[in-house]
Write a protein that binds this ligand. Structure first.
Ligand code: ZN
Length: 77
């Protein structure tokens, strides 16, 4: 049984889902299955970290850059 309140919440959720700029992540951790190895990528208050070797020397890597592309406007500026 879905009441009218729930229907309006579902409608609002659909609108919000089309407006991802409303949401910004503070922190999260993901398992990233790369072509050769799996990596743990973390994001905390605007700073990325990846456990791959390339990241150690560059502070950026294909995994963090891919995450930026995927999450786009949901990351804080
Ligand atoms: Zn990496």
């Amino acid at each position: 049984m879905i009441d009218s309140g729930m229907i309006s919440k579902i409608q609002k959720a659909k609108e919000y889902a089309d407006e991802p700029h409303r949401i910004q992540f503070h922190s999260f951790q993901v398992q990233f299955d790369g072509k050769h190895n799996g990596h743990t990528v973390t994001y905390r208050k605007g700073t990325w970290h990846c456990d791959c070797r390339y990241f150690q020397g560059h502070q950026v890597c294909s995994h963090t850059m891919a995450m930026e592309r995927i999450l786009g406007v949901m990351l804080p500026k």
